[in-house]
Design a protein around this ligand. Sequence first.
Ligand SMILES: [Zn+2]
Ligand SMILES: [Zn+2]
Length: 551
Amino acid sequence: MSQKSIRIIPLGGVEEIGKNLTVFEYEDDIIIVDCGTMFPSEDMPGVDLVLPDAAYLYKNADRIRGLFITHGHEDHIGAIPYILRNFVCPVYATELTKALIEFKLKEHMMDDKVKVTCVEPGDRVKAGCFTVEYIHTNHSFAGAAALAIHTPVGVIVHTGDFKIDFTPVDGGPCDLNRFAELGSKGVLALMSDSTNVLRPGYTMSEVTVGKSMEQYFNDAQGRKRIIIATFSSNIHRIQQIIDCAGRHDRKVCICGRSMTNICSIAVKIGKLNLPESMTVDVSNLKSVPPEKLVVITTGSQGEPMSGLSRMANDTHDRLKVGPNDMVIISATPIPGNEKMVSRTINSLCKKGCVVVYEDVHVSGHACKEELKLILSLTKPKYFIPVHGEYRHLMEHAMLAESLKIPHENVFIPAIGTVIELNKSKGKMKETVPSGEILVDGSGIGDVGNVVLRDRRLLAMDGLVIVIITMAAEEGVMLADPDVVSRGFVYMKESEVMISEVKRMVAEYVEGADLSDRDWNALKAGIKSMVHEYLWQQTKRSPMILPVIVEV
Ligand SMILES: [Zn+2]
Ligand SMILES: [Zn+2]
């Protein structure tokens, strides 16, 4: 008799860092872990957000028993308001994560459709044949959790995003005991965070950031205003800054939309201690001497619309920076953001600010030795690296093999690949429909490859529109062709070339046989002729749009 298997299907979060979503399926029951978004890459002009393609879930909506969230970073919760439009299921998360999800749902006017239940480390939730247990870990998010998913074929441990911090700011160290306990009873599979697998050693404790922060506060004491940019969701980091400000008798101004939102949510649920008496509103900055002030803002990634970028570009309506400011960037650039960050740093330096970005950040993800520790404690039969680009997954797979997990028990998944496991064997199976869905404005999924190709073409070489006015009945041209262009050449300086295009088109239309009124053939002819001429003249290929106006 063949054994029944559990099917694990990552619909995002592998071969990429972002839009995490994993499906666990056993017979008639499905549970989901995380539901995140990703930022668009540079070849997606105009796109706001990227979601995982969850068509597989929509098709199996009646079998979904629950969505379990590991923590509240966007790559784990961002897609909830989009994907949960298409089916209803209970959502589980720890306290701060729950509050952030609810805030998001409210923004999308979905708060009465989706119910989020608060869970704590140690809690177990039954969902169909699964029981999902929350395990406390450390991460750059307060209340991050790993999951032990108890299934009919064994326990699957999913680390979520984690690191091991023995001296965290709050909440205690990662629950290594529980990982060890699960390991001693037998773990079927481990799915583990691969983000920092290329880094040797251990990730530093969050408290080290507080120590170097203290040093910089001493340097600025009595002389400079301090402006600190960091991730708005890193409540422990923000708490350390507030505590430091308190010790140095400085008031705190929280600045930037997402910073203000998350801080007020965290204060409300008691996860952030920011006494009212210490705060100054951004509209009231003049009431406090600059050297008695700390501004905490967004923009640690150089995002163009963020607080720090606007200060650097002099477009912030409340805050002007200059030689009396020390700016601390408490983050490292996420790969891809380096240029934007260095642009911001250069602008701030030009204004005379002291800019600090060394030793004021630690990662939220485990390095190699911590990953080895989790592998050794859980002793899984199968290993699946997740949360990484291919090179990270590959390295993590090799790390597992170096700890004596047999090669055939290690699976490097691609998006949509089904991994089927039971106690005696595991294998990669078919692929289910999967990929990415692009969000642009209020449109979800209506921007696809064709639209993106056009946008790229327009962005590179611009657009040339050729307008021809025809008498419909007679099939003759009524006026000289007109040419309009955008983003191609500066028309005023290219008059000769544009007149030549008009002349060629007129000649072409006059010479064409239009007895059958085949405008499409006429357009195609004009398009290739103009394309060839413009290429010869400029070595550019703008998009050419012939428009025939019948009157
Ligand atoms: Zn995270
Ligand atoms: Zn993540």
